[in-house]
Design a protein around this ligand. Structure first.
Ligand code: TXA
Ligand code: MG
Length: 335
């Protein structure tokens, strides 16, 4: 166990906080920091011992590789063996920002970062605190979301503290993150490129830059189909309270409440009388506003000691793919 310190990143003390965080990273420690998507749990990607601490703190299986973060695109060649034309065009359009690119890995990148695979995932985050930290430390920083494995990603410093107190040296508190769901992950070593995880940058926006991409092989795009086999859609991004997606959410909430369950209800319009024992959270009607608040809402409901969380199925449409993917995984059975 270590003593976890939280440093708030106000304009007045940003310089000091960043210097301290960079020092922790250089000596092989862990630093949680805000990105524009969710908080990351960072370590020096070139130091296997430091990276192994990330896996230990999260309880993350060793076969799940990490994203390596940089302050700017010029640094990526420190870990990637190739920088294809498509990568250059995407970086020009979307970096810094919530898009992760999977590229052939360079020799010398520790196996633990890539889970022993031939590729490495890279991204340049846009958050000013992440930018300042990455520029100051001048190292490739491996950073998964700063939560225990398979749990909800953190969008606030307090979420990180609840999950990782005593497991991380330093948390940089940069307030609530803006994006709210994790970056889109695009595999550029596949032909055509393959979208492994949708995010706030959707397939249509990516295709406008590089042409056709293959979509991930989950039911996330098709809201009418039942969930595929649990192996294809492992439970992830999940609150502790069992969560279900409902087309007729009002009826489902009523039914569960009538059976005596305490229910959390996430919808996009307020019910005048949600019912006894029902805690309702209303999220914005636009996809980006919804994504920004989703995890914070689920973190809050998870603390209410409820029996069930019912989430109204979000609307159809490309801009909802990232949100829908996370909700489907959150509602998947343990597997
Ligand atoms: O927004 C984000 O991406 C956040 C912030 C902190 O940058 N990070 C994040 O990391 O969500 P994580 O570890 O929670 O999710 C990374 C995803 C995982 O699904 C992982 O399997 C995939 O990216 N990934 C990482 N390296 C990969 C690789 N070489 N090939 C394929 N997938 C990879
Ligand atoms: Mg994660």
């Amino acid at each position: 166990m270590v003593v976890t310190r939280v440093l708030s990143c106000t304009p007045a003390n940003l310089g000091e906080a960043i210097a301290e965080a960079a020092a922790v990273l250089r000596r092989g420690g862990l630093v949680a920091f805000p990105t524009e998507t969710v908080y990351g749990l960072g370590a020096n990607a070139l130091d296997s011992d430091a990276v192994s601490r990330i896996f230990a703190a999260k309880g993350r299986p060793a076969n799940n590789p990490l994203i390596v973060h940089f302050a700017d695109v010029g640094q990526v060649e420190r870990v990637a063996a190739d920088w294809p034309e498509q990568a250059a065009r995407l970086a020009e359009r979307f970096w810094p920002g919530p898009l992760t690119l999977v590229l052939p890995r360079r020799e010398g990148v520790p196996d633990i970062v890539t889970a022993g695979g031939p590729t490495v995932a890279v991204r340049v985050p846009a958050h000013p605190v992440a930018q300042a930290l990455l520029a100051a430390v001048d190292l490739p920083i491996a950073a998964p979301s700063a939560n225990r494995s398979n749990r909800l990603s953190p969008t606030r410093a307090e979420h990180v503290l609840r999950d990782l107190d005593g497991l991380v040296e330093l948390i940089l508190d940069g307030g609530a993150t803006q994006g709210g769901i994790e970056s889109a992950v695009l595999d550029l070593t596949a032909h055509p490129p393959r979208l492994l995880r949708p995010g706030l940058i959707g397939p249509a926006a990516i295709e406008a830059v590089i042409g056709p991409v293959a979509r991930q092989a989950s039911a996330a795009q098709d809201t009418t189909q039942p969930l595929p086999s649990p192996g294809m859609l492992s439970r992830h991004y999940a609150p502790r309270t069992p969560l279900e997606l409902a087309a007729d959410d009002a009826a489902r909430v009523k039914e569960l409440a009538a059976a005596g369950l305490r229910v959390g209800w996430v919808s996009q319009s307020a019910a005048s009388n949600p019912g006894d024992g029902v805690v309702q959270v209303v999220l914005p009607e636009d996809a980006s506003g919804y994504a920004a608040q989703l995890y914070a809402a689920l973190h809050e409901l998870d603390r209410c000691g409820l029996d069930r969380i019912v989430v109204a199925r979000p609307p159809q449409g490309n801009e909802w793919l990232g949100v829908l993917d996370r909700l489907k995984r959150a509602s998947a059975k343990e597997g």
